[in-house]
Ligand binder design. Structure first.
Ligand SMILES: O=C(O)CCC(=O)C(=O)O
Length: 394
């Protein structure tokens, strides 16, 4: 989500005459590129590193059939030559076919209307999801909730999350009507293409907290395979306060998108930024056959469930703003040919996966093996202002 291929759109802009093809990026010599990266190491060390890479080859090859999206740290996934020959596109197509196969088996969970909307747009919008009394009770309780939260800063935006754990559900039973509602359950599973409970948070987006650019405001795909995010808005979202946006139809793997993605996968093997959440310039939308993004300036009590392999972004918020929502995501290994991912075989762990992830992240970052991304914000209300300790300049 946070790593993007840093390649300017102009390097990929097609000539007007090649409507259905994307230009092949100019070739570089793989061997020359490899020697550039190893030249810095002492000769003995470089032999050792090469040997290690061979030993790790089965591990690297195994990662081809996982959700790993970055092009760095794996000489197979990050090989310009293999991606030119279609490795990345092969993963895209296979993951897409498997998701379609799983969705067919989950089709009974959603109405024909929702299925048609999703097939057309890549998202489903449900206004007035909850009965008014249930919605009011939920919004009211979350307005007074104080719970352990984590925060992450991206440019000027702060994302605050309180995981919905069994303990939080006991404290906020008003979440139940939402999480148990057939529309929430069905759409999160169908769009996510897995029969699994999504990871769910009470989330606040504090946009434009410092005026720096928020990387989420650039159109991007989250990853190379179908994947689900859901937003249930607890307040009205004004158009001027950074609403979610989504390019309708951009979840489909048409010829133009595939050609564009192939070119991006080749370019992602070069340069310093090897992320797999490719960015797209808004000016390239017509060339890919898409209209400007839909902006979800919506009333509270609206649910949006989207396949975020389609292009989406958070619109820029010209002034500091706050959005509070119930947010969910589902991203098991896209190559699994089963409806229920293996973590679901251990429900006790599945329900506690976020606290377990935090626990692991804290240990690894204490050992210096990982950069801490989600920082403890203490017991806090979802809508509290950004703390100075977190670097708020104001
Ligand atoms: O918060 C939003 O409106 C969109 C965030 C986003 O782009 C993402 O989660 O990938």
């Amino acid at each position: 989500m946070t790593q993007y291929a840093a390649v300017s759109a102009s390097r990929l802009a097609p000539a007007p005459s090649t409507a259905n093809r994307w230009p092949e990026p100019a070739r570089t010599d793989d061997a020359a590129a490899r020697s550039r990266t190893t030249r810095v190491a002492a000769p003995g060390l470089s032999v050792l590193l090469r040997g290690l890479r061979w030993l790790l080859l089965p591990w690297y090859a195994g990662q081809v059939l996982t959700g790993r999206k970055v092009f760095s740290g794996n000489p197979i996934l990050g090989s310009e030559r293999l991606n030119r020959r279609g490795l990345h596109l092969w993963r895209v197509r296979l993951a897409g076919r498997l998701a379609a196969w799983r969705r067919k088996r989950l089709a009974h969970l959603v109405s024909p209307e929702d299925r048609a909307a999703f097939a057309r747009d890549g998202f489903v919008e449900v206004p007035e999801l909850l009965p008014p009394a249930a919605f009011e009770a939920l919004a009211q309780h979350l307005g007074t909730l104080v719970a352990e939260a984590r925060e992450m800063r991206e440019g000027g935006a702060v994302t605050r999350r309180i995981p919905v754990t069994p303990a939080l559900l006991r404290r906020v039973p008003e979440l139940r009507p939402l999480l148990d509602s057939p529309r929430w359950r069905g759409l999160t599973r169908y769009v996510g293409a897995f029969d699994t409970e999504p990871v769910t948070y009470v989330q606040a987006i504090l946009a434009n907290a410092s005026g720096e650019e928020d990387p989420q405001t650039q159109l991007h795909m989250d990853t190379f395979h179908p994947t689900m995010k859901a937003w249930f808005f607890l307040h009205p979202v004004p158009d001027s306060e950074g609403p979610l946006t989504y390019v309708a139809g951009s979840h489909t793997l048409g010829r133009r998108r595939l050609a564009w993605q192939r070119a991006r996968s080749v370019l992602a093997c070069r340069g310093p930024n090897k992320g797999g959440a490719f960015r797209l310039s808004a000016s390239a939308l017509p060339q890919l056959g898409w209209a400007p993004p839909r902006r979800f300036a919506v009333a509270g009590n609206t649910l949006v469930v989207a396949d975020t392999s389609g292009f989406h972004a958070r619109a820029a918020s010209p002034r500091p703003s706050l959005r509070v929502e119930i947010y969910a995501l589902s991203r098991p290994n896209p190559f699994l040919p089963v409806l229920r991912p293996p973590l679901d075989w251990f429900p006790v762990l599945a329900r506690r996966q976020v606290p377990l992830q935090y626990w692991l992240q804290d240990r690894l970052s204490r050992l210096g093996l990982m950069r801490p991304v989600w920082r403890k914000a203490g017991a806090i209300s979802p809508a509290a202002p950004v703390s100075r300790a977190f670097g708020d300049p104001g």
